[in-house]
Design a protein. Structure first.
Length: 104
């Protein structure tokens, strides 16, 4: 199993998959990601992501009427000390589209 090496001080950008694997404790990813969350709790590293995560992570729990899972995602995304959501705007999304268009 891969080892996730955490520097003593770092900033880590998380995408929706990382949040979903972590909240739902999906293996083998959860075992790999858990040290990152522990480091963030100890304030050794800062976890950041985009406000777009709210959309990306809440659709399925809302569709499935899984109130418990929805609440867990909301608490992590909106009230967690470990994760900071950064604002997103049309210019950022447009720049991301341009960047992705050059990749594919």
């Amino acid at each position: 199993m891969p080892v996730f090496s955490i520097p003593t001080s770092c900033t880590i950008y998380l995408d929706a998959n990382i949040i979903i694997y972590s909240v739902e404790k999906i293996e083998p990813y959860w075992s790999i990601l858990n040290p990152m969350w522990n480091a963030a709790q100890k304030a050794n590293c800062q976890l950041v992501s985009s406000e777009l995560l709210v959309l990306e992570t809440l659709v399925k729990p809302i569709k499935d009427e899984n109130d418990t899972l929805e609440k867990t995602f909301r608490e992590l995304l909106l009230a967690s000390k470990e994760l900071q959501l950064l604002p997103i705007n049309v210019m950022i999304l447009g720049n991301a589209a341009q960047l992705l268009a050059t990749q594919y």
